[in-house]
Design a protein around this ligand. Structure first.
Ligand code: 26Q
Length: 847
């Protein structure tokens, strides 16, 4: 406070423009700032001795300064205005490297590249240096990142709230074809994008007990006497929109010990206990849990969730009160989106703050709470629905459990009124699962405590309404809507595919970058020979670059002239990487039987991490690498078939993989993949999809046209039906010689001669249960792959389809998704921030 920003041209003491140093975008001022930072921030008095990291840091600070000017400007524009703020609560934000993206959004990527080139540097080397913040597992975390980009680009004031994990998702290495996890060290060389805000900190209570008491007016109240307290410190990362003035923030919380607690022990002479307390507190935000489906019910994970939710709500309330508003209007200021159930304890926390801390009556508090929150569901897998044992939950959050019981009591009253005498329904709807070890169903809490519930693709939303959340849909159908996921074209095209970006822009201008529907105009060139050639050349270039990465990472040499058939995503049985490998083995068998067969040469590329405790997923990786070893060393396969497992799939590698793919594998069992977003990134970059009618594949096919999509497999309905009839994989196995040949080859140890039984658990699970119905879809998949191979040989047709895929991806921009959230759920509107003029602290203003 005290300093007053004013708009005016900035002049320094020497009369020269000082604006330049930290905010100027000209080549000269960027270079000057870079050298300044190298010398003054990195302490490299002689730029020649700077390390690659020094150079990266100096450049990053140069870019960050420019962003901070936008942020200051935005803040100025927001002063004394009333508007809705969107808060996106997510336990994961998989941001990926910031530098390139910020250059794009600032609009100085090309200029900067040029400036560095003149000075003898390659901008790629700077980008290369950044260790990406991998603060997420996969789709859900990356979606949050894409949404932040779109929120800022659409000029919606918003805050992303999450956890500043010291160690993000592990780095994956391969050893003897097995996945090995290495600790992620993203903070080791420093993080130039974040600003620590030690003054923005909140205490978070944990454990202990509750105590009833009467207040001054004799009202019944409850207080929470915690067992321990940790402190959350804010770390802010600026999030700039694409070529707009809006600069939002990602605020991540780090846990630290509270001084008071340390001191207490310290004063009793127990120095070591005080230190121990510190270690225990800081443990809270140490590491991201690397599971995305199998939930383990670990107390620390619940602590993480509550910790970041509590800090975030306290922060919102602080801002709200500072704007001079009362808590009765909290929901008019904030729209809070819960990214899955991970932050859903926020519902109980806001009730507790309003009722216990601020003495609001229950009904008003409930009205505020319900109108504040909205919930996005990301899964249909029953085993992935979050549940906490009442014992664990109550021990950590005793007051919240009481509040949840009260929410449940009132909710079940409503159910009773609406469906009298329907005890079964009451049990199904209850927030408490009474079967077995009593547990709290977080999705139920979210459905009851939110005014809106959404799925992430049309099919997913329909399935939610008819299966896992059916009773909630019948209770309050008006809450449900679909919001099909989207991805940001800034990162997933402009940054990752400069070649295609330039080609497209040359033909239709650059408007598509903020209005992706504009890509439709490419259809005009779908039969243009010259355009076809250019289109193919860009793809080939991208494939060459990926090929050289593959060689570096694995030693395997792949031919960019072959069909690049790619499956890149987390390894999971429902995603069926093993169906893909079964097809590859079928191809192998076919070539072995007829070594001179004329076929479309293919390079099959896999990439993805397995949860460290997920045995089957790790075995699938070992199967892929074992099959790769045999195939890649067989001279009969030369020029026909190659298999690669490209390790450490993360945002950076995704940016290299998507632009280089010809074929995108989206082959999950229908009804299992909520949406998928990789499917969108591939198609946007001109890959054709081979896929089931699952998640957003359905809508992608609708958009690109059935003729440009390779469809196979059972529908979700057929899957359900077959399961009801009693699906028997062994009958399919017995009657399908091609399938049997493949399975028997694995079972006989052909790919694991040193240990023929190695893959038995995987094979037994297929022949005995086949939960994900690989056998049912096998023939259809293999036949469809034959169609792919034939289509690829018809270069003209393939190129046309590829162009059509890109041209019709408009719907899958995260800008479209965010517009829908704003309109239907958040009721949030853009607040324009001008970019003209420059901010300066008023001369003579109070410091
Ligand atoms: C929960 C509790 C305890 C520990 C871990 C978790 C946890 C963490 C991450 C549970 C789930 C996840 C991630 C889920 C996820 O990524 N889902 C994907 O979300 C995408 C975005 O909507 C969809 O496109 C994918 O279909 C969906 O699988």
């Amino acid at each position: 406070m005290g300093k007053k920003p004013v708009r005016k041209a900035c002049t320094g003491d020497d009369g020269k423009s000082s604006e330049d140093v930290r905010s100027g975008l000209s080549l000269g001022s960027l270079w000057r700032a870079y050298i300044d930072n190298l010398i003054c921030v990195q302490g490299r008095g002689i730029p020649e001795i700077a390390t690659p990291n020094d150079r990266y840091m100096a450049f990053a600070y140069t870019v960050r300064d420019r962003m901070m000017y936008r942020a200051a400007h935005a803040l100025h524009a927001y002063m004394n205005k009333d508007f809705k703020i969107v808060c996106y609560l997510s336990a994961e934000f998989l941001m990926g490297p910031h530098l390139g993206n910020n250059l794009i959004n600032l609009g100085i990527y090309d200029e900067t590249r040029q400036a560095f080139k003149t000075a003898g540097y390659d901008i790629e080397d700077f980008l290369e240096q950044e260790t990406e913040p991998g603060l997420g597992n996969g789709g859900l975390g990356r979606l949050a990142a894409c949404y932040l980009d779109s929120l800022a680009t659409l000029e919606i004031p918003s805050i992303g709230y999450g956890i500043r994990y010291e160690f993000g998702i592990f780095d994956q290495e391969l050893s003897d074809g097995w996945q090995v996890e290495r600790t992620d060290m993203w903070l080791h060389l420093g993080n130039p994008w974040e600003i620590a805000r030690p003054e923005i900190s909140f205490d978070v209570k944990l454990g202990g007990r509750t105590e009833p008491y009467r207040d001054e007016e004799g009202r019944y109240c409850v207080r929470w006497v915690p067992h321990r307290i940790v402190k959350g410190i804010a770390y802010d990362t600026p999030i700039l929109g694409y070529r707009v003035g809006t600069c939002n923030v990602l605020r991540l919380w780090k846990a630290e010990a509270t001084e008071s607690f340390d001191l207490e022990a310290f004063n009793h002479g127990d120095y070591y206990r005080a230190v121990e307390d510190k270690v225990v507190s800081e443990n809270l935000t140490k590491v991201l849990y690397p599971n995305d489906t199998q939930l383990q019910g670990k107390q620390l994970r619940l602590e993480q969730q509550y910790f970041f939710v509590s800090c975030s709500l306290q922060d919102m309330i602080r801002l709200h009160l500072a704007r001079g508003k009362g808590l009765g209007t909290f929901h008019e200021t904030y729209a809070v989106q819960l990214n899955d159930t991970h932050p859903s304890v926020a519902i109980a926390e806001l009730m507790r703050i309003l009722v216990d801390d601020h003495r609001m009556d229950w009904e008003t508090a409930w009205h505020v709470t319900k109108n504040t929150f909205a919930y996005t569901n990301h899964t249909l897998l029953p085993e992935a629905l979050e549940k906490w044992s009442l014992q664990l939950f109550g021990a950590l959050l005793p007051r919240h459990l009481e509040i949840i019981f009260e929410i449940n009591r009132r909710f079940l009253d409503e159910v009773r009124t609406k469906f009298p005498g329907d005890e079964g329904r009451m049990a199904r709807l209850s927030l408490i699962d009474e079967t077995g070890n009593r547990s709290l169903r977080m999705a139920h809490l979210a459905c009851v405590g939110c005014h809106a519930v959404n799925g992430v693709a049309q099919l997913h939303t329909e399935l939610l309404k008819s299966t896992v959340l059916r009773d909630f849909y019948e209770m309050s159908p008006e809450k449900f809507s679909n919001k099909t996921n989207g991805v940001t074209p800034r990162r997933w095209m402009v940054l990752s595919n400069p070649g295609l970006t330039a080609l497209i822009t040359e033909r239709i201008g650059a408007e598509w970058i903020r209005n992706l529907d504009d890509l439709r105009r490419l259809e005009e060139f779908a039969d243009d020979r010259e355009f076809h050639d250019r289109w193919r050349r860009v793809k080939l270039d991208n494939k060459k670059k990926l090929a050289s990465r593959i060689r570096e990472a694995t030693g395997i040499v792949v031919d960019p002239g072959t069909l690049f058939d790619v499956q890149a995503k987390r390894i999971h049985e429902y995603k069926r990487q093993h169906l893909n490998i079964l097809h590859i083995i079928a191809l192998y068998v076919r070539i072995k039987l007829n070594p001179h067969t004329d076929m479309t040469p293919r390079t099959c590329i896999f990439s993805g991490k397995a949860a460290p405790g997920y045995f089957m997923a790790k075995l699938i990786i070992k199967l892929i690498t074992s099959v790769a070893k045999v195939i890649n060393n067989d001279p009969d396969m030369e020029g026909r078939l190659k298999v690669v497992f490209f390790p450490d799939f993360n945002v950076k590698n995704g940016q290299r993989i998507y632009p280089a793919a010809d074929l995108s594998e989206q082959i999950s069992t229908a009804g299992k993949e909520a949406s998928g977003t990789g499917n969108m990134k591939f198609a946007l970059n001109g890959a054709l999809t081979i896929g089931t009618l699952d998640g957003a594949n359905v809508e992608i096919r609708e958009e690109v046209g059935a003729e440009s999509f390779f469809l196979f497999g059972l529908t979700a309905e057929q899957v359900q039906e077959m399961k009801l009839q009693g699906y028997d994989p062994s009958a399919l196995y017995a009657s399908n010689p091609r399938l049997r040949g493949v399975i028997e080859l694995i079972r006989g140890g052909h790919f694991s001669p040193e240990n023929p039984d190695l893959f038995r658990p995987l094979l037994d699970s297929l022949t005995e249960q086949d939960e994900y119905m690989l056998f049912a879809d096998f023939d259809s998949y293999v036949d469809c792959q034959a169609e792919v191979a034939a289509a690829y040989r018809d270069t003209e047709r393939w190129t046309r389809m590829s162009i059509m895929n890109t041209a019709r991806m408009g719907k899958f921009s995260s800008d479209r998704a965010i517009r829908e959230y704003c309109r239907d759920i958040w009721k949030a509107e853009p607040v324009r921030v001008g970019m003209s003029g420059c901010l300066e602290w008023k001369p003579g203003g109070r410091a």
